[in-house]
Design a protein around this ligand. Structure first.
Ligand SMILES: *[C@@H]1O[C@H](CO)[C@@H](O)[C@H](O)[C@H]1NC(C)=O
Ligand SMILES: *[C@@H]1O[C@H](CO)[C@@H](O)[C@H](O)[C@H]1NC(C)=O
Length: 486
């Protein structure tokens, strides 16, 4: 409701502007060419870039600014530019010449721009400053390591960066790892609409000890290490982006040799949503807690070739949610999972979930409402490596399975027979060997007598119901390995 009102407003505003624009083009021109940030940029440019490149100040009047001008309000007082165009700094948008110095200078000027108060304690609010890549492709020979930290509310946007052949193999094209005096290095940094080509030398983006970073609509490729690495800090949101070591659309002849990790989250409270990972050894590596993975499509490297879609490397406490995702020929691996949910996710091509024992702990694990589809090879949807003996609060159930072998913690059966015992062997479908924590059963008979009946034995995942008389009966049995929360 709020949104629709807002866009309605905007449309009204746009038509008013259009009408005024027609009659007052000259006025607009005057205001536009005298906008303070353009003047500032021009003088900055002349001052700093003399002899490098001619000045072509660009106009970037938003409809909001135009409306202000048209309404006759005075232009805002000069407070420094908010858009730093890398081409104005001499960066070469054709990708021929090394643009590292020019792009870094634009970033440096943005970070040193006028502050407008503070965000989190110790973080200067840059008021929405933007470094604009002007739709160019820039050759970068060393990491764009932000030289100034303790800054927030700024963006880098709109273009491509390509690592040169001598780019350091352990570097990241965009690197937010400079430490600051604040508890965090950066806050509310936005990296958007970027194509990052690591040229098989290093990684794409590194965010360290930062708060509320958005990576949006980025395409990150040819990384040899990690596409996006978030270390420490929290609330990095990676959304609507594409990551792949090699540019492929599946069934790549070189798939066996894919290496690297598309996204590594070594910090807490991050979100990865609406992402496609089309090649890498590991799609997402989680070593920080409380991250949300949602709407992720992994087809980075098939399980059969040793690839992993999502690796939850948080033995003892994961607190991880993987939901509404798509594991496509590559699966999920989790070490000693404690508080892990995998829900509403499609596993295709015999993809499965593997629990790896470290100390044998599995607790608070729900794998529910997923779809598993395979090729009738009997591959189990959930598998275990090593022994788990400390089990609690586990629900692996309500998954639909086609062409794979069901594994569940809640098994159901109905057994017909003449008694006096009725046995349901649930070994094939129950995940844990020789473990049944609860049984419910219903004894149905049309016999005239009323035999007494009881649960006799649950050993070895076989449920035995016994009656004191042999009568024709059907017994419905539900056995649960789940645990103490019920
Ligand atoms: C690239 O560098 C060469 C040599 O310095 C220069 O002549 C040329 O103008 C530069 N090209 C661009 C697009 O900046
Ligand atoms: C339950 O069954 C196992 C073998 O399946 C057997 O060794 C055990 O004695 C049985 N227990 C009872 C109480 O019948």
């Amino acid at each position: 409701m709020k949104n629709s009102l807002k866009s309605h407003d905007k449309n009204m505003g746009a038509s008013i502007i259009a009408i005024f624009f027609f009659f007052a083009a000259a006025v607009v021109h005057v205001y536009a060419s005298e906008r303070p940030d353009d003047i500032y940029r021009k003088s900055l440019h002349l001052h700093q870039m003399q002899g490098i490149r001619a000045a072509f100040p660009k106009r970037h009047s938003s409809s909001m600014e135009m409306r202000t001008s048209l309404q006759g309000a005075a232009p805002p007082p000069p407070s420094g530019p908010i858009v730093y165009h890398v081409t104005s700094y001499g960066a070469d948008p054709t990708g021929q010449n090394d643009s590292t110095g020019a792009v870094l200078k634009a970033i440096t000027d943005a970070l040193n721009g006028p502050g407008k108060g503070v965000l989190f304690e110790g973080i200067v609010n840059l008021g929405g400053a933007r470094v604009d890549l002007d739709g160019g492709n820039y050759l970068i020979s060393r990491p764009l390591l932000f030289p100034v930290s303790g800054r927030g509310n700024f963006a880098i946007q709109g273009g491509s960066l390509t690592a040169s052949n001598d780019f350091p193999a352990d570097g990241f094209l965009i690197d937010l790892s400079s430490s600051s005096n604040s508890a965090y290095n950066y806050e509310f940094t936005t990296l958007r609409d970027l194509y990052l080509d690591s040229n098989y030398r290093g990684g794409g983006i590194r965010v360290k000890n930062s708060l509320r970073t958005t990576i949006d609509n980025c395409y990150i490729t040819h990384f040899s290490t990690t596409g996006i690495l978030a270390e420490g800090g929290h609330e990095t949101i990676i959304r609507t982006s594409y990551l792949g070591q090699h540019i492929t659309a599946g069934a790549d002849p070189g798939e066996r040799s894919f290496s690297g990790t598309a996204i590594a989250l070594a910090g807490n409270d991050n979100v990865v949503s609406d992402i496609v990972i089309f090649s890498a050894q590991t799609g997402i590596l989680l070593s920080g807690q409380a991250n949300l993975i949602s709407g992720v499509h992994c087809y980075n490297k098939a399980n059969g070739f040793g690839g992993v879609g999502i690796y939850v490397q948080l033995p003892g406490l994961a607190q991880t949610r993987i939901v509404d995702s798509y594991l496509d020929y590559t699966g999920i691996v989790a070490e000693d999972p404690v508080q892990l949910t995998v829900a509403n996710t499609l596993f295709l091509g015999d993809a499965f979930i593997l629990f790896k024992s470290v100390k044998g702990v599995m607790s608070g694990v729900t794998v529910v409402d997923n779809m598993f589809a395979g090729s009738d090879k009997g591959i189990e949807i959930v598998q275990m490596e090593g022994k788990f003996d400390r089990l609690d609060q586990i629900a692996i159930e309500r998954n639909t399975v086609k062409g794979m072998a069901v594994k569940t913690t809640v098994a159901r059966a109905s057994v017909d027979g003449g008694g006096p015992t009725w046995t349901a062997d649930l070994k094939a479908s129950l995940l844990f060997p020789n473990l049944i924590k609860q049984v419910q059963y219903t004894f149905v008979t049309e016999a005239a007598s009323y035999p007494s009946h009881f649960l006799r034995n649950i050993s070895d995942n076989k449920v035995v119901i016994q009656a004191d008389a042999a009568v024709p009966a059907r017994v419905y049995i539900t056995a649960d390995q789940g645990g103490s929360y019920l």
